[in-house]
Design a protein around this ligand. Structure first.
Ligand code: PLP
Length: 328
């Protein structure tokens, strides 16, 4: 079994190499930027978009407009939400979840009681379980809360449940690797509200991306639906394959996700062992929990999203299951 860490496609790398020869040509640079913004708008169905230097820069721009408290899930979010809210001196409110997934009744009560200005979520709690994004958005709409979806893991969702501007006031995403739009660097933000960009004009200028990244993004985003679909299918397959009694549980067995979280004791030790047995050329695929970005309990995550989709064939997936079941 040879597992490869995800890389930008050859086409994207070639396009970026060509764009790099045009650095300094302002007219061509602007064309690359416009093309990337159009691609993003096509995907998110929002009317306005900007390409930025990272996913965190996009969160920074989104939060720069906010005045009141920022609500986030108590686990399964992105640690950048916390760091950037602290940077702006914004109060944080953590809404209790079911292993990262937002419970709509709890959210409704919390929103009524705490009166946040915004809610920041990731499309998949900890990359492992789909959030009920449409329903969350409706609650936010009803209570005048700005809903920001971090769609780093979900651009190109074939079901259009996730990363869809019809049910997110603002979408942010990282296009660094290993992400679904895997340019290796950069990020983006999109919205229907032009005021978001007007108010953050100077910040956006400060954290804008280069035309080279824009050129790569145009190519990589085309591959997002296929890449996401293959990753989701591989995770669905894996969730069914794990049967060992030794594994206490595969978390969120029925939900769509792009990694697999396994609840277990001594996750650090097991992860160390697994890293020697499941080698990934160019990177890794094991995360140790508890951690805010995944889940607040002892567990390991198999980051299927990190793998080149060519490696996601059933034989490799069965082999991963065999190794994990023997090790744990
Ligand atoms: C869900 C999520 N959002 C945002 C980011 C930050 O992206 P960047 O590294 O491009 O700033 C990451 C990075 O891993 C992430 O996983």
């Amino acid at each position: 079994m040879e597992l490869l860490f995800k890389k930008p496609s050859e086409k994207a790398r070639e396009t970026m190499a060509n764009a790099s020869f045009e650095l300094g040509n302002r007219k061509r640079g602007n064309e690359y930027i416009k093309l990337a913004e159009e691609s993003i708008k096509n995907f998110t169905a929002h009317e306005h978009s900007r390409v930025l230097c990272s996913g965190n820069a996009a969160i920074m721009v989104a939060m720069s407009n906010m005045e009141g408290p920022v609500m986030i899930p108590d686990q399964g979010g992105w640690s950048g939400f916390i760091k950037i809210a602290e940077f702006y001196g914004l109060k944080l409110i953590r809404v209790p979840t079911k292993m990262g997934v937002i419970d709509l009744e709890i959210l409704k009560d919390h929103v009524k009681q705490k009166n946040p200005d915004s809610l920041f979520i990731t499309s998949f709690a900890g990359y492992m379980a789909e959030q009920p994004v449409k329903e969350i958005y409706e609650i936010c709409e009803d209570h005048e809360v700005i809903m920001v979806e971090d769609a780093s893991g979900s651009v190109g969702d074939p079901l259009k449940n996730l990363a869809c501007g019809d049910h997110a006031h603002i979408i942010v995403a990282s296009t660094g690797y290993p992400k679904i739009v895997n340019v290796g660097n950069g990020g983006f933000i999109s919205t229907n509200n032009p005021k978001v960009f007007e108010d953050a004009h100077y910040l956006i200028k400060t954290v804008k991306s280069s035309p080279v990244i824009c050129a790569g993004l145009v190519e990589e985003i085309k591959k997002a639906p296929e890449s996401l679909t293959k990753t989701l299918k591989a995770c669905e397959f894996l969730k069914k394959e794990f049967k060992s009694e030794e594994i206490k549980s595969v978390l969120h067995p029925k939900k769509r996700g792009i990694n697999i979280a396994l609840s277990l004791d001594e996750p650090k030790l097991k992860a160390r062992e697994l890293r020697t047995k499941i080698r990934v050329k160019g990177g890794g695929m094991i995360t140790v929990c508890p951690r805010y970005d995944r889940i607040n309990q002892p567990a390991i995550c198999l980051e299927i999203k990190n793998l080149d989709t060519q490696c996601l064939e059933k034989n490799n997936l069965r082999e991963i299951v065999k190794i994990v079941e023997k090790t744990i």
